[in-house]
Design a protein around this ligand. Structure first.
Ligand code: LRH
Ligand code: MN
Length: 397
């Protein structure tokens, strides 16, 4: 049973935990084989933010919402004011701004990697407008993911595209305000199935370095081959001072975007541990944005997000219980079993009583999921949102 010192460590870790929710996680999303529509799913930016506000009110750990430009700002910068008011009304602040460089037809052969300089120019213009939206919302991060790549050998000049990416990212970085950051997300494949221009952490790191001092790498936990050691990549990026943020989710095979900790909670724990161990060792705070990036095709959208935040709270609490001093000593002594046991003991700790104590001390429901079910919110929005024309089935969210 965790000691009172453990309770304090858990409380301190939870007081610090902020995990941003994706607006698109509340909308009807699907796979290439279709979308299973949920009547209560959010369709407007207001509804997405309202649902995220519910999760924050119930869990206390997700005060901001990540926004996707084309989906949440159909009229671009013009919509920024209204989105800011909606976020405020629901007790949230706008989070990372995600330009969309993969949905429009003209991006068939890429955006920053497109052989057409006109298309590269328009992609850059969209990102510059996204910076303006971030400025209007006092959002810090411009979160960039590129679907760019090719499907067949020989169809793309990989080195030339790399140069185009460098040129566009340097140009984009030049338009950032002093406090803003450019987060570069990598992904090994999908939708491209032969080469993806930013396919791994090394490529993202080199591009971030060449873009400028406000650029960092974003690690989407689902964007790795199954056998890759994600926490080693995290440790390297921390050591390089280049880890800017995460997109948390879980997966069994590929970019499955499943609920955090639903498949391999020990991997998520090992990631949180690497961050905390870095902070313990360096005495510094890792300036890393925690963002959820999931799509819930079968489970209820809001319940899945509550599960996600509750899981993140538990895993962060367990990571806070690793005895870093004993671990460092065991590592130095190559005492393998003692070192391994430092992690396993913390992971095996039942932190739920300490988390419940943290919640009630902050006026939060002891069981957020039950509180949500008792709230009637789902029944209310199901009625309010029922019977309207189904959203655009072709769009991802
Ligand atoms: C790409 C990705 C990216 C988002 C999208 C919704 O797979 O992870 O972060 O823009 O999902
Ligand atoms: Mn992502």
């Amino acid at each position: 049973m965790p000691s009172s010192a453990d309770h304090d460590r858990v409380a301190a870790a939870l007081d610090r935990l902020q995990i941003e929710l994706p607006s698109w996680g509340f909308a009807n999303t699907g796979t290439r084989f279709g979308k299973y529509l949920q009547p209560a799913a959010a369709a407007t930016t207001e509804e997405k933010i309202a649902d995220a506000g519910q999760v924050h009110a119930l869990t206390g750990s997700c005060p901001s919402v990540a926004l996707h430009v084309s989906w949440d700002f159909p009229r671009g910068l013009e919509d920024a004011g209204a989105v800011a008011n909606v976020a405020k009304a629901h007790g949230l602040r706008p989070g990372a701004i995600n330009p969309n460089l993969f949905q429009d037809q003209e991006y068939k052969h890429g955006s920053f990697g497109n052989p057409s300089s006109a298309v590269r120019g328009r992609a850059l213009a969209h990102c510059r407008e996204s910076i303006a939206i971030a400025r209007a919302l006092q959002s810090r991060d411009l979160s960039m993911w590129f679907a760019d790549g090719s499907n067949y050998p020989g169809t793309a000049n990989i080195r030339t595209r790399k140069r185009w990416f460098e040129e566009c990212l340097v140009a984009l970085h030049g338009g950032l305000d002093p406090g803003q950051r450019l987060l570069i997300e990598y992904k090994p494949f999908e939708p491209a199935f032969y080469h993806t221009d930013i396919a791994d952490w090394g490529m993202a790191l080199l591009l971030a370095r060449s873009a400028g001092p406000q650029a960092r790498v974003l690690v989407d936990t689902g964007h790795h081959y199954p056998s890759q050691n994600v926490e080693q990549i995290v440790a390297w990026l921390l050591a390089e001072g280049m880890l800017g943020g995460f997109h948390f989710n879980d997966r069994r095979y590929a970019d499955d975007d499943l609920t955090l900790g639903s498949i391999d909670p020990y991997q998520a724990f090992r990631i949180f541990h690497e961050i905390r161990f870095f902070e313990w060792e360096t005495g510094t705070r890792a300036d890393v944005a925690f963002v959820v990036d999931q799509s819930h095709n079968l489970k209820g959208k809001i319940e899945s997000m509550i599960q996600t935040v509750v899981q993140a709270q538990a895993l962060v609490a367990k990571a806070a219980l690793v005895d870093c001093a004993s671990l460092a000593a065991a590592q130095q002594a190559s005492d393998l079993v003692r070192a391994e046991t430092c992690l396993q003991d913390a992971f095996a700790c039942d932190v739920r009583p300490a988390i419940r104590a943290w919640r009630s001390a902050r006026g939060l429901p002891a069981d957020p999921m039950q509180a949500f079910r008792d709230s009637g919110y789902l029944e209310r929005i199901t009625k309010e949102r029922a019977g309207r024309p189904n959203t655009d089935a072709s769009a991802y969210a």
